[in-house]
Design a protein around this ligand. Sequence first.
Ligand SMILES: [Zn+2]
Length: 170
Amino acid sequence: MEVLFTPWRFSYLTSPKSGQPPGCIFCIAATADDDRETLTIFRGERALVMLNKYPYTNGHLMVAPVAHHALLTESDDAALRALIRLTAEAQRVLSDVYRPDGFNVGMNFGQIAGAGVADHYHMHIVPRWAGDSNFMTVTARTRLVPEDLGATFDKLRPHFAKLPRDFNGE
Ligand SMILES: [Zn+2]
């Protein structure tokens, strides 16, 4: 396992089920019936919120536009507003639920910049706690995330279930 000290360099690895063609995880999440299977905690008209399947820390979320776009410049203003307002909402919910000491929030464009899914852009929201990177250093090749994703899903989804599908922060 690669050891990473910044979430921006973390490659998101897709793991399609056998027999299922590999696809864009964000497009699959945008149309899926099974939120738990796709780790989708909010599916809006313009943007969605997912758990990262390979989280850097507990509560590592991703916000992506529904449209399969590689660049911010491809999104219209409504999609951009939905994206940043959902990012703010994600930060608010994570603050309430996990009480982190800080956050990394950011995006990678292009594989050279560390984007695991380069053709569908997405915002990472990573809660941070004092000492978590020290822990990473000590444990070298191990990345330990104590809480399982099902528990994270159950904790966070009710907070997003309150939002309307056309949520854009207005
Ligand atoms: Zn896509």
